[in-house]
Design a protein around this ligand. Sequence first.
Ligand code: ADP
Ligand code: MG
Length: 556
Amino acid sequence: EVEEARAKLGELDLEVQQKTNRLAEVELRLKDSLAEKAQEEERLSRRLRDSQETIASLKSQPPQVKYIIKTVEVESSKAKQALCESQSRNQYLQEQVGMQRQVLKEMEQQLQSSQKTAAQLRAQIMLYEAELERAHGQMLEEMQAMEDEKNRAIEEAFSRAQVEMKAVHENLAGVRTNLLTLQPALRTLTNDYNSLKRQVRDFPLLLQETLRSARSEIGQAIEEVNSTNRELLRKYRRELQLRKKCHNELVRLKGNIRVFGRVRPITKEDGVGAEAASAVTFDPDDDAVLHLLHKGKQVSFELDKVFPPKATQEDVFREVQALVTSCIDGYNVCIFAYGQTGAGKTYTMEGTAANPGINQRALQLLFAEVRSKAADWDYAISVSVAEIYNEALRDLLGKEPQEKLEIKLCPDGSGQLYVPGLTEFRVQSVEDINKVFELGHVNRATECTNLNEHSSRSHALLIVTVRGLDHSTGLRTAGKLNLVDLAGSERVGRSGAEGSRLREAQYINKSLSALGDVIYALRSRQGHVPFRNSKLTYLLQDSLSGDSKTLMMVQV
Ligand code: ADP
Ligand code: MG
């Protein structure tokens, strides 16, 4: 800082010097200007004097002089102008001088302040120098103290090192003795290492040996598991057969042929009043009894189950669904709707779009069951739709529905029946079923002039075949579900019908009584069952005999 202050002081000195020089210069110029001005003034006053003298002399000789006066006057005005100019110039110069003086004064002030600053700086420099001196002294003292400290530390470290050295020497001696005792241990380690090396060399051989024995053990285990599996499979098959037998027994105990009754709600056509309302009555404690009022007398019927008018399609289906699913297990099933025209046969079997009947519900249930068993079984569900009118069997899904089909014995000697040319459609969804039903309806409608009348005089059949294959056992099953909407059971013939109506009535009576005969023969376990007496019973022979199950839904 002192150095800096000194440099600044030098600069300031130089500046002062320069300013002094400039001041001297300005003073010199000022002096020159003043001198010049004085000269000019003098010259002009001299000329004025001369002119005045000339004028005076000229005035004394007036005649010819007037002109001259005039001239002089003219000249004097010129001189006046010059004077004026000089005066203004003089004025300007004086202003300049004033200004220069001002500058001078300012410079002097600056000079003074610079000198004051310089004096202050000098004082500060002095202060700093003193401080510097003091600091230097202190530093010297501190250095001395540090030197002393260092010497002391060195001495201490030296003595400590000597002590440590001694300890290390002692340790070394201990390590030497340890080393002597470690040598035998090293020898045993070397031995161990060598034996390990040998073992590593022998390891692949050992491994192969172990692998061989492990393999044979695993093979044995697999063999055991396989034989257990075979045993389990055998037991499973036996269980399956046992289940079937038990089921059969159960059905047999319940009876392979069941008769349900369904009473539809009363309509206007049934008549009104107390008589109509009490024509059919039920036993609140027994859902298997039906009372009919006939000519003032009550007649009671005992069935397997009676559905009152308030029973819904779901209620009815709940009672028949066990029958439906049994065809997945390979049973043949027949469900008939029997009753007079208008008693609700078609409602029970087909139902309405909003409230479908057994046909559609059965197929939906079959789809659901098949899906739930898909892990073990492959199932194929196919349907045929046929009609029997005047003892002629027609395929309602075929290209030529008017063609009459024959029922034939299978040529393989199995005693099974089949219908050559009967169309079978594979179905997988509700949409498929609806398409099939639609086609059946269309074909049936194109065949007749009055569908209602026609349908009441023919039997409509929906034949569902379910074929299954169990992946694990290779077991195959085939079950058939026959859903039959029978022709109206009213006795047309007695009311004096003629011609085609009479023939229709005869056919209907014949086939319905043939069905009755077959059912009766089956139920009373007769040796001979007259299946061949009608197309219907002949077609359904394999679904009515053996361990087949039959349900007759009597519509009232
Ligand atoms: P069928 O086929 O025996 O000649 P329908 O099934 O055609 O008789 O039934 C005749 C009428 O009665 C139809 O309009 C049908 O909708 C109606 N019907 C039949 N049963 C019921 C029932 N359980 N609930 C409501 N309506 C029914
Ligand atoms: Mg009908």
